[in-house]
Design a protein. Structure first.
Length: 281
């Protein structure tokens, strides 16, 4: 199994001084990020549909081999606006043609239940985005049923595993799969903050024992999975970057048989500041 580790987004001002060297400006963040991770999940595309020019520029600013996961705009995942589909297809094709697109993330809202309308919209997305490896993250527990993974796999859609709080109507945490890859998104385990603002929801630091739970799950599935994508979405105060780097260290220690995909550009010539939030246990 090849394990790809990265974060959900990279352009965060509060990462400066913790992950990015002091004084780093927005234009210099991607280069530094690429020296530490082999892929990134683009989350800005959820709020503002990307253009082909935007994505082409990112590809040119990153080393050959570096990969992107692109989050579907909320116009598609939440509002189901068919008119937004063609422009999005055109934009992500720019990355796909360069061999720099690892997949598309469709994060459905918790209000999207397993029903006829929800299935029909996923059918539309699956057909339109088939060349780009569509991956779906469910938020509502109604999708937690045994027939969902086979239904997705028949349509070439991957199922996203989550690490999130244990709440009554939330899709449960744990390793799931539809297709040949595992795609994991780690959010938070703080139930009290889940329905607060995004800043509060994703303000969480994963401990070593929590990360080792996922290492065990990866090891158990390694014989049947070629690639695992592990993305940290707990992005407040650079915790995602710290946890991603710590997971890499723990994998080297506890699962040396798994192949960690390394960054595609060399380490920074400047000494890297030790990340905060590292768990010493």
């Amino acid at each position: 199994m090849h394990v790809w580790i990265g974060t959900s987004g990279y352009s965060y001002p509060d990462w400066v001084g913790q992950f990015y060297p002091p004084g780093t400006r927005a234009g210099g963040m991607l280069a530094h990020y690429c020296r530490n991770f082999p892929l990134v999940e683009l989350n800005f595309t959820f709020y503002r549909p990307p253009t082909a020019l935007m994505l082409t520029r990112l590809a040119r600013q990153s080393p050959e081999g570096f990969q992107f996961l692109v989050k579907l705009p909320r116009l598609l995942s939440h509002e189901r606006q068919l008119a937004a589909l063609a422009p999005f297809q055109e934009s992500v094709a720019a990355l796909h043609q360069r061999g720099r697109l690892l997949g598309l993330l469709c994060q459905l809202p918790q209000s999207a239940h397993h029903d006829r309308q929800g299935l029909a919209w996923l059918e539309v997305l699956a057909r339109a985005l088939a060349p780009y490896r569509l991956c779906v993250e469910f938020r509502h527990c109604s999708w937690d049923r045994p027939d969902v993974a086979p239904w997705l796999e028949e349509r070439g859609v991957e199922l996203v595993s989550v690490d999130a709080p244990d709440l009554p109507t939330l899709y449960p945490s744990g390793l799931v799969r539809a297709g040949e890859r595992v795609y994991i998104r780690l959010h938070s385990r703080t139930a009290a903050n889940w329905y607060q603002s995004d800043k509060e929801r994703y303000d969480f630091n994963y401990t070593d024992p929590m990360l080792r739970e996922w290492i065990s799950a990866l090891r158990e599935s390694a014989s049947s999975v070629g690639h695992a994508l592990v993305l940290f979405n707990n992005c407040h105060r650079a915790q995602a970057a710290a946890n991603a780097q710590r997971l890499r260290e723990l994998l080297e220690q506890y699962a040396p048989e798994l192949a960690i995909v390394r960054p595609f550009s060399g380490p920074s010539s400047k000494p890297q500041q030790r990340l905060l939030f590292e768990d010493p246990t």
